[in-house]
Design a protein around this ligand. Structure first.
Ligand code: ZN
Length: 443
C-alpha cells in the first residue's frame, strides 16, 4: 500500500470541536489517514512532504456546478438573466458536442485542483464524458445527467431514459470516486409525471436527486398559478424529498417551505457569485434558512458561465461577505461555518460523508496551503486567514484518496498544456458556429 507523510504542518481538522494541531504530522496509508498529530517511531513512507509553514485542511467539495460551462465564461457578461440565458447560453449550447463537454470539464478540473477542490457535484449533459475527466484526473464527483422530461427529441443527448440509466450504471465507478444522482432540471421545466418517474427510479435504485429549486419569485408565482403549490411543496408532495436531495439555490421560500426542507434534511447549495453577477434577488438569506432549522447548507460555484471562477476560496469569502452585507450584520455567517459548508457539508451532500474532516481513519482528501506569502502574515488566527485572505494560488498540494493530484503546484494527472489549447479551441468553435447559424437564420 502506498504511503505519504506530511511533516510538521498546522492542521485545521474541521472536526466538531474545531481542533487545530500545531507542528503536526499526517501519515496517509492507502486511501486513508492512518496517523494524525504524531507518528510512531521508526516509520517510513514512500514520499515525505515538508509541511513547515503550511496549513493542511480538508479539500473543498463544490456542491453545485455545471463544470463544462467553462467554454462560455467571459463571453456573456453584463446581461440581464433572461437575455444571458436566451441570447447567449442556450444559443451556444445548441451546438454542444460531447467533445466540448469533455474539454470544458477538463479545463474546470485543472482549475479546481489548482485551487484546492477535491470533488464537485456536476449537473450537465453528456456526463459520460465528465466521468472520463473524473477517471483521468483522480478527483471525486457526483455526476448528474440533466433531463428536462419533455420528450426525447428535446433532451440534450441520447434521451431521458438513457440519461437516467447513466446514473444507475455509473454509481460507484472509478474505484468509488464517481457517485451519481438523478437530475431533473427543475420543477419549472419538468412536468409532474416525469418527476414521479424520477421518484420511482430513486426508490428502485437507491439514488439521490439533484435539481434547481425556487431560484426566483416569478418561478414560485408560476408554480402557485399552475399547481396551487410552491415548488418546495410540490416536490415534497411528489415524494422527491423522501430521497437524499440536493436542491440548488432555494432563493425564494416561505416559512412552510423552509420547515419542509429542514424536516426532510434537504441539502441546499448556495452559489453567491452567480447571484451577485446576475443580480438575482435573495429573498431567503442563509440566516433565514438557519433560523428555520435548515442545517445542510453547502456552497458551490454554479456553472462558470455565470460564476466565472471555480475557485472555492472566492466562493467561501463572497458567501460570508454577501451574508454580512445583505443582513447588515457583521456577525452573520462566521468564517468557520462557511468553511464547513464548503468542505464537510459539501462532502455529505455528494455522498462522501466521511470526508471533509481530517481525523485518523478518514479518507485522505486534503490540501496544503503555503503560508509563506505576504498576504497571509501575520498569522493571528488561521481560520480567519483562510476565509478572508487565502487564494487558490496558495494551494501547493492536493491529495484525493491518498493520491497526490498536485505536488508543488504541478498537476500530476492532467495534461494541462493540451487541455488549455483544446478547451479554448472547442469554446471558440462552439461560439463561432452559433454566430454563423444565427446569421444564416436571420438572413
Ligand atoms: Zn445551476
Amino acid at each position: 500500500m502506498s504511503s505519504l507523510w506530511i511533516k510538521n504542518a498546522t492542521v485545521v481538522t474541521l472536526d466538531a470541536d474545531g481542533t487545530v494541531l500545531r507542528n503536526a504530522d499526517i501519515f496517509i496509508e492507502g486511501k486513508r489517514i492512518k496517523h494524525l498529530g504524531t507518528v510512531p517511531p521508526n516509520i517510513t513512507a514512500d514520499e515525505v512532504i515538508d509541511g513547515t509553514n503550511c496549513v493542511a485542511l480538508p479539500g473543498f467539495f463544490n456542491a453545485h456546478t455545471h463544470s463544462p460551462m467553462t467554454f462560455e465564461r467571459g463571453w456573456a457578461e453584463d446581461l440581464p438573466f433572461p437575455r444571458w440565458l436566451n441570447e447567449k447560453i442556450w444559443v451556444a449550447e445548441s451546438a454542444l458536442t460531447p467533445d466540448d463537454v469533455y474539454w470544458g470539464a477538463a479545463l474546470a478540473a485543472c482549475e479546481m485542483i489548482r485551487s484546492g477542490t477535491v470533488a464537485f457535484n456536476d449537473h450537465y449533459f453528456y456526463m459520460d464524458r465528465v466521468a472520463q475527466v473524473v477517471e483521468e484526473s483522480g478527483m471525486k464527483a457526483t455526476l448528474t445527467w440533466c433531463t428536462f422530461g419533455i420528450g426525447d427529441d428535446k433532451e440534450v443527448g441520447p434521451g431521458a431514459d438513457a440519461q437516467l440509466a447513466f446514473s444507475v450504471e455509473r454509481q460507484g465507478s472509478a474505484d468509488g470516486r464517481i457517485h451519481t444522482s438523478l437530475g431533473p432540471h427543475s420543477p419549472y421545466v419538468c412536468p409532474p409525471e416525469f418527476l414521479k418517474r424520477v421518484v420511482e427510479l430513486a426508490e428502485k435504485h437507491d439514488l439521490p436527486i439533484h435539481l434547481h429549486v425556487a431560484e426566483s419569485l416569478p418561478q414560485v408565482e408560476n408554480s402557485l398559478k399552475r399547481y396551487g403549490q410552491t415548488p418546495v411543496e410540490q416536490l415534497d408532495a411528489l415524494g422527491i424529498f423522501d430521497h437524499p436531495t440536493v436542491a440548488a439555490h432555494c432563493l425564494a421560500l416561505n416559512e412552510q417551505d423552509i420547515a419542509i426542507l429542514a424536516h426532510k434534511g434537504v441539502y441546499v447549495p448556495r452559489t453567491p457569485i452567480t447571484y451577485m453577477k446576475l443580480a438575482m434577488p435573495i429573498r431567503t438569506p442563509i440566516s433565514a434558512l438557519q433560523a428555520g432549522g435548515v442545517q445542510r447548507i453547502a456552497l458551490g460555484s454554479d456553472g462558470p458561465a455565470s460564476n466565472g471562477t471555480m475557485d472555492m476560496w472566492e466562493i467561501v469569502r463572497q458567501a460570508v461577505w454577501l451574508e454580512k452585507y445583505t443582513q447588515t450584520d457583521p456577525e452573520a455567517l462566521p468564517g468557520d461555518a462557511a468553511l464547513r459548508m464548503a468542505t464537510h457539508v459539501g462532502a455529505q451532500a455528494l455522498g462522501f460523508a466521511e470526508s471533509g474532516v481530517l481525523a485518523e481513519g478518514r479518507p485522505a482528501d486534503l490540501i496544503l496551503v503555503d503560508f509563506r506569502r505576504p498576504h497571509l502574515r501575520p498569522r493571528h488566527d488561521v481560520i480567519a486567514s483562510l476565509v478572508h485572505l487565502a487564494k487558490g494560488a496558495d494551494v501547493t498540494h492536493v491529495v484525493v484518496d491518498g493520491r497526490l493530484l498536485m505536488r508543488n503546484r504541478e498537476l500530476l494527472t492532467l495534461d494541462e498544456e493540451r487541455i488549455l489549447y483544446e478547451a479554448e479551441r472547442h469554446a471558440f468553435r462552439m461560439v463561432n458556429q452559433n454566430m454563423q447559424q444565427m446569421r444564416e437564420y436571420r438572413a
